[in-house]
Design a protein around this ligand. Structure first.
Ligand SMILES: *[C@@H]1O[C@H](CO)[C@@H](O)[C@H](O)[C@H]1NC(C)=O
Ligand SMILES: *[C@@H]1O[C@H](CO)[C@@H](O)[C@H](O)[C@H]1NC(C)=O
Ligand SMILES: *[C@@H]1O[C@H](CO)[C@@H](O)[C@H](O)[C@H]1NC(C)=O
Ligand SMILES: [Zn+2]
Length: 303
């Protein structure tokens, strides 16, 4: 019989430990979202996202528009897009004015600085939006994540109910002829072919603006509600803004998302969380004019 020597055993442990530690640290699996709550209790808690938004069940509300500060100014650095194993994302650089783009206005009480941009998608056989709009899943969903500037770091912001706001843009595939993109979307979609492996990154060649990630979207027409991050730790601290207008994406660009791989070299597909229940939350649809006055609404909100 053979017993491994202590050294043998010790060496194996040493070899396995870093892997095991890594494996536990930020691991979550889109195939088992029901298990997220065991390591991240907020995933099983209240005010979760995504949700279904239906135009007949939203409350029209006259609101000021969102203000897009520095959104249309050039970044002072090139954008580096990365395959994180769960998505493709980039950190938002400062603009040439030294400050990052921000949003305020609408229902927001504070200024929210853009931190990062990432995407959710499906597969050849399935749609990939997280939010459902008027009964439809769409092909792709982009999230622009912002931190309340009252808080110094994103981790700190996750501790406060007014910590984060996300702008969500839905995309619908067009099968004929290339869709017209502004430089931001064009460069990000082009970077995907370089990002197939987990942890790979690619620096785009052109200076971009954050606004050009929004294409020609109508920035004034959005739904807004209180929800959460759609990935662990699922912090219920997000004021969501889901734009009503849907942008086109060419089938050939959508297909590039389906070529990516995750940390375990499995195809990175269907990186979407299932719908969560709306419970007693209100969803507002911004109206530039006045179908319902704030006074009328007051009775509705805190009953
Ligand atoms: C993605 O979802 C589709 C539709 O539910 C399914 O057919 C496919 O196997 C899924 N792929 C992965 C890798 O989860
Ligand atoms: C968030 O709150 C927890 C619990 O109060 C605290 O332990 C942690 O340090 C806070 N994190 C940050 C980054 O402020
Ligand atoms: C991905 O990894 C494989 C093997 O590890 C390597 O051969 C390939 O060149 C990498 N692809 C890219 C685009 O970096
Ligand atoms: Zn997201």
């Amino acid at each position: 019989m053979h017993f491994p020597t202590f050294d043998d055993f010790y060496q194996r442990i040493l070899f396995l430990l870093p892997f095991a530690a890594n494996f536990r640290s930020n691991e979550f699996d889109y195939q088992t979202p029901d298990l997220w709550q065991f390591k991240h209790p907020q995933c099983g808690g209240f005010d979760q996202s995504p949700i279904a938004i239906h135009r007949r069940k939203v409350i029209p509300l006259s609101l000021p528009p969102l203000t897009f500060g520095f959104y249309d100014e050039l970044f002072d650095d090139l954008v580096t897009v990365k395959n994180s194993g769960h998505t493709v994302e980039f950190k938002v650089p400062s603009t040439i004015y030294g400050l990052k783009p921000y949003v305020s206005g609408g229902l927001l009480q504070d200024f929210y600085e853009a931190e990062s941009v990432h995407f959710h998608w499906g597969s050849r056989k399935s749609k990939g939006s997280e939010h459902v709009l008027n009964g439809h899943y769409y092909d792709l969903e982009m999230h622009i994540v912002h931190r309340n500037t009252k808080y110094l770091t994103f981790d700190e912001a996750l501790n406060y109910t007014d910590g984060v706001t996300v702008l969500a843009v839905l995309f619908k595939v067009v099968r004929h002829g290339p869709a017209f993109y502004q430089p931001g979307l064009r460069e990000i979609f082009n970077s995907l072919l370089h990002l197939s492996n987990f942890s790979s990154s690619y620096t785009v060649e052109e200076h971009l603006t954050l606004g050009s990630m929004l294409g020609n979207l109508n920035r004034g027409n959005f739904y807004t509600y209180k929800g959460s991050l759609t990935t662990p730790p699922c912090s219920p601290v997000v004021q969501w803004h889901v734009f009503a207008e849907v942008l086109p994406i060419w089938i050939q660009d959508l297909a590039k998302f389906w070529l990516l791989f995750d940390e375990r070299r499995r195809p990175l597909l269907n990186n979407t969380r299932p719908l969560q229940s709306q419970e007693n939350r209100l969803i507002f649809h911004r109206q530039p004019f006045l179908p319902l006055q704030p006074e009328q609404l007051q009775g509705l909100i805190w009953v």
